[in-house]
Design a protein. Structure first.
Length: 320
């Protein structure tokens, strides 16, 4: 091979090396010394908010960022909260109400930022409107945002929580099964459970805006974050890259592996891949949103004490 060809080959290799490093421009490379060999274990429930983490795990993006990450998915917030309390996870995808309910017992956990996600009120197809659910049984989890969401939707239609019968059902998947069997008339769900129910023939009566802040958050054990600042920053950056991938196509096509991991049916996957999506990247929780969710949690005896935004928020570079 001539010297000129060798030179061209070296230039091309250097170009590829630079190109491959672009996703992490401005970040410190997470080498063994930076991360202290600490493994990241992200706890999630099976919902849209967890998609960026699961996508990054299944397509090896965390490995490419040189961060050692495992993702554990749970069926309910109750199971996830137990994992947080037991210390089997050091990062988690949850919601503000659930966080408020656990943080007093687990004060080292802080909010890293807001994640995309949304809930919906789904009913048996015979119910054509929200008002038609008066006196009917609706499945929710009283310890997360589903009760708050249901209360707000009923209020907009001149109804109260007392206008319906509430059934406590921890897991979204169980609520879908209960809808299918007819043991409940409606349920508050998150995707892919929303789409699983729709594929079963159930009707979506209301859904939150998919591009809005709906209370889903990323939380991190502060002991881990302090010791592994660089890895924490890269973790967030990699998850943001997955959100960008979803936004490029405007649907869940890039998340099909994650959908399968979350037991989305074929019918549900088809429906979700037809959606028009535009998610926000991970960003700071608004103080007004934080205060609203914590006040709700306090009023419902899920949280005790002062509501202090600053003491619960973790500062991470590039999370604005």
């Amino acid at each position: 091979m001539s010297r000129s060809l060798k030179k061209i080959g070296l230039i091309f290799a250097a170009f590829l090396l630079v190109l491959g490093s672009l996703p992490f421009v401005g970040l410190t490379t997470a080498n063994a010394a930076d991360i202290g060999n600490d493994k990241v274990t992200i706890g999630t429930i099976k919902n849209t908010a967890a998609m960026p983490a699961v996508m990054a795990k299944t397509n090896n993006s965390f490995v490419k960022g040189n961060v050692n990450v495992d993702v554990k998915s749970f069926d309910s917030n109750n199971e996830l909260n137990d994992a947080i309390a037991q210390g089997t996870v050091n990062v988690a995808v949850t919601n503000l109400v659930s966080y408020a309910s656990l943080v007093k017992r687990n004060p080292k956990w802080k909010i890293a930022g807001t994640l995309p996600g949304y809930s919906a009120l789904v009913a048996n197809k015979k119910y054509k409107s929200i008002k038609s659910l008066k006196g009917k049984t609706i499945a929710i989890d009283k310890k997360d945002t589903s009760k708050q969401y249901l209360k707000s939707i009923l209020k907009k239609h001149g109804m109260k929580l007392s206008s319906v019968k509430i059934s406590q059902v921890d897991a979204d998947s169980t609520r879908v099964d209960s809808l299918k069997s007819g043991s409940v008339d409606a349920a508050v769900l998150e995707d892919p459970s929303i789409s699983n129910a729709k594929a079963n023939g159930d009707k979506i009566l209301n859904r939150q805006g998919v591009n809005k802040d709906n209370g889903n958050i990323l939380i991190i054990n502060n002991d881990y974050a302090k010791k592994n600042a660089s890895s924490t920053q890269i973790l967030v950056s990699v998850m943001n890259d997955q959100i960008k991938n979803v936004n490029r196509l405007g649907n869940y096509t890039m998340a099909n592996d994650a959908l399968r991991a979350f037991n989305a049916s074929n019918g549900a996957a088809v429906y979700m891949n037809k959606m028009d999506l535009k998610f926000k990247k991970i960003h700071k929780v608004k103080k007004s949103c934080f205060n609203k969710e914590f006040k709700y949690a306090k009023a419902n005896k899920l949280y005790k004490g002062k509501i202090n935004y600053k003491s619960h928020v973790l500062k991470i570079k590039n999370v604005k």
